[in-house]
Each structure stands twice: as C-alpha cells, then as structure tokens.
Design a protein around this ligand. Sequence first.
Ligand SMILES: Nc1nc2c(c(=O)[nH]1)N(C=O)[C@@H](CNc1ccc(C(=O)N[C@@H](CCC(=O)O)C(=O)O)cc1)CN2
Ligand SMILES: Nc1nc2c(ncn2[C@@H]2O[C@H](COP(=O)(O)OP(=O)(O)OP(=O)(O)O)[C@@H](O)[C@H]2O)c(=O)[nH]1
Ligand SMILES: [Mg+2]
Length: 428
Amino acid sequence: MDTIYALATARGKAGVAVVRISGPLAFLAVEKLAGDVPSPRRTALRVLKNSEGIVLDEALVICFEKGASFTGEESAELQLHGSVAIINAVLQSLSEIEGLRLAEAGEFTRRALENERLDLAQVEGLADLIEAETEAQRRQALKVFSGALGDKAERWRSSLLRAAALIEATIDFADEEVPTDVSPEVLDLISRTMTELEAEIAGSKMAERIRDGFEVAIVGPPNAGKSTLLNALAGREAAITSEFAGTTRDIIEVRMDLKGLPVTLLDTAGLRETSDVVEAIGIDRARNRAAQADLRVILLPSEGADPEMPPQEGDLVLVGKDDQGALSNSVSGKTGHGIDAMVSHIALTLSERASDASTAIRERHRIAIQDALVSMESARNEVLIGADRAELAAEELRRAVYALNCLVGRIDVENILGEIFSSFCIGK
Ligand SMILES: Nc1nc2c(c(=O)[nH]1)N(C=O)[C@@H](CNc1ccc(C(=O)N[C@@H](CCC(=O)O)C(=O)O)cc1)CN2
Ligand SMILES: Nc1nc2c(ncn2[C@@H]2O[C@H](COP(=O)(O)OP(=O)(O)OP(=O)(O)O)[C@@H](O)[C@H]2O)c(=O)[nH]1
Ligand SMILES: [Mg+2]
C-alpha cells in the first residue's frame, strides 16, 4: 500500500493550509520533516525542515495511529501557514521521500471506504457535504453522511433475510406431516418493507432537487418586467433589460440561495405571437423550460390580465411594475416592492415540498431500491401462489437483498467508485 499525501485545504493563499499524509510511511514522513513523531492525536508545534536541513515552516503536526484515523491507516496532518510557497515546498519535500506519492482525487475517502470507516452511501453523503452551498443541502448531506441510508438498508435487509430464512425452513421440513404455514409472517415482512422502500422512492425526487437545486421560472408577456425582476433578485445585471418588447430571447439562469434552499432562477423570453423567427425559438424554449420548472412566477402586465401560462399548484401570479404597491398581488423589480413577500412564498412552497425528501439522494440509490422492490413483488407473488414455490420466493428475496447490498456498496462497488470519486477533490 502506497503512502499518499495531498493538500487537504483549497489551493491558494489562506490563514492555514492542511497537508494530509496517509499510509504505512506516514509517521516516517513526519519524522523526516519534523525531527520526531509527536504523541498520537495531540497537536505538536514543530519546525519542519527538508532533507538539506532548510527550514520550511513552523507548523502544527498531528499523528493518527493505524486504526484510529479518518482513513483507518496510519496518518498525519501538517497544519502549515497557508502560503503557496510553503505548501509547494512541503509537498516537494514529501515527494522526495521514497514510497510516498501524491494522492488521487478522493483517495483518502476511498481508503476510508476500503477500511470500512464509511459505507458507500456515506461516501456519497460526504461528496455532497463538500459540495453543499445552502442550508438545506448541508442538512440533507449530513443526514446521509451520518449513515441514515445505510441504517435503513440494514433494517430492510434483515427483514428480508428473516423472511427468506422462514421460507427456507419450510423447504427443509417440507416432508413433515403438518408443516407450519409461514406465509402470513413472510407476507407481512415483505409488505412492510415494500411500503418503506416505496416511501423512500417517493421522496427521492425531492432529495435530488435539494441536491441539484429547484428551478423557478419567471414568465409573462414581453415588457412585463421579468428581467428587471430577475436582476433585482440576483443583485446584479444578469439579464439585459430595455423598453423594447422582446428583449430577452435565451433563458438566463441565476443560481441563488433562497432562504437556505438552492434555487436556479430562470428569466425567459416574453410570451407572445411573433413573426420574428429567432424570437419564436426563444418563446418555444421559454414555454418548455417554464413548464418543467418546479415553480413559476407568472408576471401580468396589469390587474385582471390573463396569465400567459396556466398556473400550476404553488405558482405565483403577480402584477408587475407596481412600484408603489397599490395592488395586493404585485411586485416591482424597480422599487423592490413585493419582492420579500414573493421570496417568502417561493421559499415556503419549496420547503414544504422539500420536507418530503428521503435519504435516497441519488439516481443510483433510487435504481437500487427499485430493483429491490421488483424482486420483492415477485417474491410476494410466489408466496401467494403456494408452498411449492418456496424456492423461487427465497431466490427473489435473495435478489432483493443483493440490490440493497449494492445500495450501500457491500458488493458491485468497483465499477461505480470511479464515477463517485471523480467528483471529489484531491486531498479528500
Ligand atoms: N484537521 C482536520 N479536520 C477535519 C478532518 C480532518 O481529517 N482533519 N475531517 C476529515 O474529513 C473531518 C473530521 N472527520 C474525522 C473523522 C474521523 C477521524 C478519526 O480520527 N477517526 C478515528 C478516531 C475516532 C475517535 O477518536 O472517536 C476512528 O474512526 O477510528 C478524524 C476526523 C472534518 N474536520
Ligand atoms: N416602473 C417600472 N418599470 C419597470 C419595472 N420593471 C421593468 N420596468 C421597465 O419596463 C421595461 C421592460 O423591462 P424588462 O425587465 O426588460 O421586461 P421583460 O419582461 O424582461 O421583457 P422581455 O424580455 O421583452 O420579455 C424596461 O424599460 C424596464 O425599465 C418596474 O418594476 N417598474
Ligand atoms: Mg426580459
């Protein structure tokens, strides 16, 4: 096993930079740079020197013994002054030590997985935790990182294994005079587990939304003030505005943290009949994207005007350009009137939906759970057909267990690891 090292903090100037080392030679590397190996898990202030005795930095050094570290391996941290030159000098010195090499992206976490410090779902939670930009994303990722999905999978798994064991027992004792009928208990175990899996699937779309962000589209006729409103929300001139109807053509996207929720706001072309070919393309795009968005803010040019798109549940229909707030349902990108109320409504609507989110946060999870459900459904049918189908029922249950094993990465890991770790940074 190689000993790996990497900068664990972001590149560039910073107060402190952390270099991580993990593997069998981690302590040796510390000894070469710091002169000794400080007591494990205690911060020690040391002067770091390279092999020629040149002082590189005064740093805090922490050693973690094998079996008691993030990776599970012998590891160490060098907490340096965060200067580019110091980081480069320290990384250079480490590279000169025989048996050490620079870590690949996510390699520390990969080792934590291999040493069973984390399961696969936790690794994915950790990836999301590092990516998290809003409060909702942080909470969701932390839940998965702390093992919530793995815990559930373990419960489902043991229910299915128990059902399989009950069935297998009847196969072994099929010759007995009065075999006990286990099917009610088996059916109950399967049904209850299926209900839980179905709930998990139902909430997974919402969990993916929290991960990737909600889309909120601003739609309405040309000149309603859509782009001005977007700019007001974004706090910058993201879209061109003008007094000419038909100014916006492409969809303009602005990513925002809306009261803790990740939201991509979409400004769209004003909807109208037009003979301008390019404008018509823009209007087509606007309609399609807006129809797919999680929520629409439909801007009307005046009170009582017909909405350009039929509002769906949760959509906001507002009259634009109402600078003084003369109307109750209105907004002005120019004066900011009504914007707070609008943002509150959007945040409330989306967070109500977000509360249905499950711990299955990725498509991979949803597919594994769906696979398990298909097998459980078949198992249930076999049990219902009768005792002579016991072997088939047990086989289907084993298949469902296999799918759950994939979910937490007990098996079939290698081919998905590459994809998962490609999103990690070096040093994690
Ligand atoms: N400086 C520093 N801060 C950090 C990390 C780190 O590696 N270094 N982390 C890294 O991502 C996170 C903390 N996660 C960690 C998880 C496990 C262990 C660890 O040593 N685990 C041992 C001992 C557990 C214990 O003492 O209770 C183990 O699991 O055996 C360390 C950090 C966030 N902050
Ligand atoms: N008084 C007032 N004028 C506004 C307001 N919002 C926009 N305007 C003006 O109305 C005109 C059109 O604004 P835009 O934001 O470009 O309108 P739009 O809905 O994006 O128009 P298209 O891109 O053509 O669909 C510009 O001259 C803006 O300055 C507002 O809240 N109050
Ligand atoms: Mg516009």
